[in-house]
Design a protein around this ligand. Structure first.
Ligand SMILES: Cc1cc2nc3c(=O)[nH]c(=O)nc-3n(C[C@H](O)[C@H](O)[C@H](O)COP(=O)(O)OP(=O)(O)OC[C@H]3O[C@@H](n4cnc5c(N)ncnc54)[C@H](O)[C@@H]3O)c2cc1C
Length: 413
């Protein structure tokens, strides 16, 4: 069979969530997945990876987290076990190893998909291919000495898997900060180029900050009502960790303990890396967000008259004096560089005119202007949880509702 009422591209949590709702509506469909189901969680996370979001936020449709540690943070093998349970429960119709190479609208209506396993057609298509496609690596990487091992964050596995010697981590977002910590805890000498990412506390006033923000309704704010509107999609994730039951990540503490911090990586001259003199500003900006989030929780507690233990104001543990802006690779014995500066989305295979000037698909809650074409699972597609475990059920249900309405209209014609 090559024609379906609906085709879902991508078999991650987003694609499977869409299948869950399509099955409930009895809509014939198939999920096309180029690797294997939930491939990214299995193959693109480091060994010590654990969730940053608490387990109770794992609310995949029909399969909410049911373990005994709702306020804990699942480790990689536990996440995979959770996803295995979800895959079995959804029992989606799937073609694995099927890469969609081109998607076009057909003149007679519906869509044609060219794939590595042949051609398919569908009345409607849900693109759930994730938001993290092409690892970003700056072009200066091409000029680095050949003996230096270079990895993107999605390829990093463990300190032991790197050659002996020191490590430069570039980028301090969620992945960079956690990978730098992983190496630091293993006793490796780490150099860290600090970027723009903000940070937040793990716990404040006796509870996980995520719990407070959930009560405050933050996770229900849609892009349409968020103060930044669609600009919120450009925000970098806050760094914090769920490791060992959850704690803050404070780069100043790492610096006190021997990690060497730099500002933004700018250039490479010979074997010398050059950094912006903005480390103090970056650390201050991250702390300002941390303090602001805690203050918003304090305000909520006061307004609601909630009894909660007092908060502990943050005092910087370390300040960069005259921060170094140059690092010679040979002198510093750096043998590995880990690029943690994110990903670029790649929808080049989608040959349908729905993209804006920045190659981002135009949509409202995943519904594009092209009839019968939907996106799902993108960060902040609708809410903070859209690209995470917590919000995908709501988004998938909504997108499938729209798809079902179109399907019903077509049936009446
Ligand atoms: C390092 C990291 C840490 C994260 N931590 C958390 C966390 O703590 N809590 C949380 O809730 N979320 C977290 N997330 C966010 C989110 O939950 C994951 O990104 C999740 O994998 C998103 O699921 P998805 O189904 O939307 O996309 P993906 O998991 O990316 O799945 C998309 C699937 O589509 C397939 N595909 C892509 N293109 C094609 C094509 N052309 N044809 C066929 N198949 C295709 C891919 O192979 C893939 O399997 C994290 C993300 C990252 C990167």
């Amino acid at each position: 069979m090559t024609h379906y009422s609906a085709i879902i591209v991508g078999g991650g949590q987003a694609g499977l969530s869409a299948s869950y709702y399509l099955q409930q509506q009895d809509i014939d469909h198939i999920v096309l997945e180029k690797h294997s189901l939930t491939h990214t969680w299995r193959n693109q996370r480091w060994d010590a990876f654990c969730l940053v979001t608490p387990n109770w936020q794992c609310t995949l449709p029909g399969y909410p987290y049911a373990g005994d540690d709702p306020h804990g943070f699942m480790k990689k093998d536990q996440i995979i076990a959770y996803l295995d349970g979800f895959i079995a429960a959804v029992n989606a119709p799937v073609r694995e190893g099927c890469a969609v190479q081109r998607l076009v609208a057909r003149p007679e209506g519906g869509y044609a998909l060219s794939t590595s396993l042949g051609d398919f057609t569908a009345d409607q298509v849900i693109i759930a291919s994730g938001g993290y496609h092409t690892p970003i690596i700056p072009r200066l990487a091409e000029r680095l000495p050949a003996h230096i091992t270079q990895l993107h964050s999605e390829q990093y596995r463990s300190p032991q898997a790197l050659p002996a010697g020191n490590v430069l981590v570039v980028g301090s977002g969620q992945s960079g900060a956690q990978i730098a910590e992983d190496l630091h805890l293993a006793g490796r000498k780490v150099f860290l180029a600090v970027g723009d990412a903000p940070r937040c506390a793990r716990f404040h006033r006796g509870r996980d900050v995520v719990d407070w923000l959930a009560d405050m309704g933050y996770y229900d704010i849609g892009v349409d009502t968020h103060p930044l509107r669609e600009g919120v999609r450009d925000n970098t994730n806050h760094y914090v960790t769920g490791r060992d039951g959850g704690r803050d990540i404070d780069l100043r503490r790492f610096a006190k303990e021997g990690m060497q911090l730099f500002g933004r990586l700018n250039s490479l001259q010979g074997t010398t890396l050059q950094f912006a003199a903005d480390l103090a500003d970056k650390l201050d900006a991250a702390d300002a967000v941390y303090t602001r989030i805690n203050a918003s929780i304090d305000k909520y507690i006061a307004e609601q008259g909630i009894e909660a233990p007092p908060g502990v104001p943050y005092t910087p543990l370390w300040v960069p004096g005259q921060a170094a802006t140059e690092l010679d690779l040979a002198d510093s014995d750096i043998t590995s560089i880990i690029w943690c500066i994110g990903f670029q989305p790649d929808f080049s295979w989608v040959d349908v005119p729905v993209f804006n000037g920045r190659s981002y698909p135009g949509h409202t809650r995943g519904v594009t202007a092209q009839p019968g074409l939907y996106f799902l699972g993108l960060p902040w597609l609708h809410t903070w949880g859209s690209g995470r475990f917590s919000g995908i059920a709501r988004d998938a249900e909504y997108v499938v509702e729209q798809l079902v309405a179109v399907h019903a209209d077509k049936a009446c014609q």
